[in-house]
Design a protein around this ligand. Structure first.
Ligand code: ZN
Ligand code: ZN
Ligand code: ZN
Length: 435
């Protein structure tokens, strides 16, 4: 049974719904004399435990912690577009585009089509044509935005579930190959060797994975050209938005990942879908820095839950027919379990990632020089909390290099929702900031 969260402990956790509860202490010892300067112990905390925020990025698990993650992601994405947080404002002059790389089609799905604000028929009539299972290949409906059939196949038996989960599993590798090919394409366009290009240009990016309703991932990425030292250095004059756009287009269309052949599943080359969107990021156009940062930050807190799948891994006691998921998700999961048994596809670890419909990549990644890091933002916040704690007399001011902090912590359970709606202040924790 999880220990209830002590009243008032919310101040430590920013309202986390599933905090980790710790018991223990921290001793602050003078390194020169060995004298105990200060002791913090959870004995005096309500319930004798210190709740620590779960810090999940996933809104489906803990909305308050995901909100902190979203806000931090927004800050760092925006800093990479317009400067701030130590990134110079001149970064806004670097060529920068917002790219969407989609998955190819794995079969006809219900879709909301609109043109100039008018909703059109999903798949207009094709003279009584049917699939081998006797299902019509047309759908005359004008689907509403919340129609649960959106993204689901017209005929599930025709839909290529194996292809869809293999794409999800290979998408991170496809992205990696894309970034390598993009550098090579830029070098070729500039008439430079790869080494000479590295001396002039750094390609920086931040990307998020988003599940489409049909159950395949696609990627949104900010791709920026910097000088050799990253955002602090300007790229050469020949590096323009137009050149970057052409290079991305060529690289995206050139790359593929071939899956290993397995019994009943010949090797297949997986590529990006035909829909490729590349738009310049500007401060006042259609795709602005605030829009892009908001979009990326929003998707950084989501996983596959919007496709109606499970929010957890499958265990050996799960029976696929009993899972509380939509049929479309169930068929993806079944394909992962089926293909996961083939030794030739072992490395894709499809069974372990069946709940994610085969995708096992990170949802939010960026190149080293894109911007500041989430760790730096969190470090700033911890420093503020430490200052507060010192000012409030809850923690001694540490003498750098001379004070030893000896800690002894034990896991003591996971908290239930605190059940308070009092607007309690954030931060101001009395515990050591080193946690
Ligand atoms: Zn939390
Ligand atoms: Zn339809
Ligand atoms: Zn069919």
């Amino acid at each position: 049974m999880p220990t209830p969260v002590p009243a008032g402990a919310v101040r430590h956790t920013g309202g986390c719904l599933q905090p980790v509860l710790l018991r223990g202490r921290a001793d602050y010892i003078d390194g020169g004399t060995g004298e105990l300067i200060h002791r913090y112990t959870t004995v005096h905390e309500p319930g004798g435990v210190l709740p620590i925020a779960c810090k999940t990025r996933r809104a489906s698990r803990c909305p308050p912690c995901a909100e902190v993650y979203r806000a931090d992601t927004y800050q760092l994405i925006r800093a990479g577009l317009t400067g701030g947080k130590g990134i110079p404002a001149t970064v806004a002059d670097h060529p920068c585009v917002f790219v969407t790389l989609t998955a190819p089609s794995f079969g006809s799905v219900h879709a909301r089509q609109d043109k100039d604000g008018l909703v059109l028929a999903c798949r207009p009539r094709r003279k009584g044509k049917t699939c081998p299972h006797g299902i019509g290949l047309s759908c005359g409906e004008k689907h509403s935005r919340d129609d649960h059939r959106l993204g689901e196949p017209l005929c599930p038996d025709c839909y290529d579930y194996a292809g869809a989960v293999l794409f999800n599993a290979c998408a991170p590798e496809l992205w990696r190959r894309f970034t390598i090919t993009l550098r090579r394409t830029l070098a070729r366009q500039a008439g430079l060797t790869a080494k000479a290009l590295d001396a002039q240009i750094r390609v920086s990016y931040a990307k998020v994975a988003e599940y489409q309703r049909r159950g395949v991932v696609h990627f949104h990425a900010i791709i920026r050209l910097d000088g050799p030292a990253g955002p602090t250095t300007p790229p050469p004059a020949w590096a323009t938005v137009a050149l970057l756009t052409i290079a991305i287009d060529q690289a995206a269309r050139a790359v593929s990942v071939t899956t290993p052949a397995a019994p009943g599943h010949p090797a297949r080359a997986l590529t990006w879908g035909r829909q490729l969107d590349i738009r310049p990021v500007t401060t006042n156009g259609e795709v602005t820095d605030t829009k892009v940062a908001g979009y990326v930050a929003k998707y950084a807190t989501k996983a596959a839950e919007c496709t109606g799948t499970l929010d957890r891994r499958l265990t050996h006691t799960d029976r696929i027919t009993d899972l509380p998921v939509r049929d479309h998700a169930r068929r993806h999961i079944a394909a992962c379990l089926r293909l996961g048994k083939l030794p030739q596809l072992k490395e894709l670890r499809l069974a372990a990632w069946a709940h994610m419909l085969g995708f096992r990549g990170h949802f939010s990644t960026k190149s080293r020089a894109y911007s500041i890091t989430l760790g730096a933002l969190r470090g700033d916040r911890a420093a503020h909390q430490r200052e507060y704690a010192i000012a409030a007399g809850l923690q001694p001011a540490l003498q750098p290099g001379t004070t030893l902090v000896v800690t002894d912590w034990h896991y003591s359970g996971r908290g239930d929702p605190p059940g308070t709606d009092l607007p309690l202040p954030r931060g101001g924790q009395s515990c050591p900031g080193s946690l």
